[in-house]
Design a protein. Structure first.
Length: 296
């Protein structure tokens, strides 16, 4: 069994996350009552049992903006106690003139490898996260993006199809930063025209050699672990980016809303089964090790 690095998962304490408190509001992944609670490392480790996952990357979970350093500190403490996760993608507000100090404080934690600031915007308000669609052209964000290169960090890029041209320009202008496209570019419009636009968008991004892509989060818009859908998107994504630039992520516990971890892993292994073993190993393990410098 080819070992796996889960390059996109979460752990959390509900008390730290404003979006898990108060009234439940519409979310991109649908009703989420079952995960309005703590999701500790112990539960994650139980979920991955027997699946072949040997390492993992924590990705930020939208604490209050003021808690950007505290989030990293907490995850680092969990890693020191349990040996998991093995890399951290934190949050920083790249629209903040003083973000350099935040990054410097985060850099004190040895597992820090990158930043995710979610930039996705959509005409559908339920899918919208960023305040506006064109933040990638904001002068302050562009200036602060350069600071990631100073730390040798990647940027986890979360955008919709309509934003991909801007995202490609951002990547082109920061060739020394690795951009990690989230969730195969979040193809939410599965119509023929929607798929065509998504396909063109990821081609633009793949044209930048410093962009890689996560095969993850593909149940987000259909709310199920659909083997045919996942195989379809995965195959198209790999065809555009090549096996050398794709990595797997579970997006747990979000995907736990409609499947268990073993079922999700089985679906992805099946989707990749037709590729040579060396390419499967690259997509399931080696590319994530390299991208997030796991073990260094």
């Amino acid at each position: 069994m080819i070992p796996i690095v889960d390059a996109h998962h979460h752990i959390w304490r509900q008390a730290d996350l404003p979006w898990l408190q108060g009234p439940m509001v519409p979310r991109i992944f649908g009703p989420y009552e079952p995960i309005r609670r703590d999701y500790p490392i112990e539960e994650f480790l139980a979920d991955i049992g027997g699946t072949g996952v040997e390492r993992s990357v924590y990705v930020q979970t939208n604490w209050e903006k003021s808690g950007a350093v505290e989030e990293v500190a907490w995850v680092q403490s969990v890693a020191e106690a349990y040996g998991w996760p093995h890399a951290i993608v934190g949050y920083a507000d790249l629209l903040d003139e003083g973000v350099g100090k935040t990054l410097e404080r985060q850099a004190r934690f040895p597992l820090m490898r990158g930043i995710r600031m979610q930039l996705h915007w959509h005409e559908n308000e339920m899918y919208r996260f960023a305040a506006r669609p064109d933040l990638m052209d904001h002068p302050m964000l562009r200036r602060n993006m350069r600071r990631l290169a100073d730390h040798g960090w990647s940027f986890d890029l979360q955008v919709f199809t309509g934003q991909m041209a801007e995202a490609a320009r951002l990547a082109a202008d920061n060739a020394d930063i690795t951009f990690v496209l989230q969730h195969s570019g979040m193809p939410e419009d599965l119509s023929a025209s929607g798929r065509s636009a998504w396909r063109e968008g990821i081609r633009r991004l793949a044209g930048q050699e410093n962009v890689v892509v996560k095969l993850s989060g593909l149940g987000t818009f259909i709310h199920r672990n659909d083997a045919g859908h996942i195989a379809d998107i995965v195959t198209e994504t790999i065809a555009v980016f090549s096996p050398e630039r794709c990595l797997f992520g579970s997006n747990f516990p979000i995907e736990k809303l409609w499947t268990d971890y073993a079922g999700l892993i089985s679906t992805y292994r099946s989707a990749l089964a037709a590729y040579p073993e060396e390419e499967q190993r690259a997509m399931l393990r080696d590319n994530a090790v390299r991208t997030y410098r796991i073990g260094t």
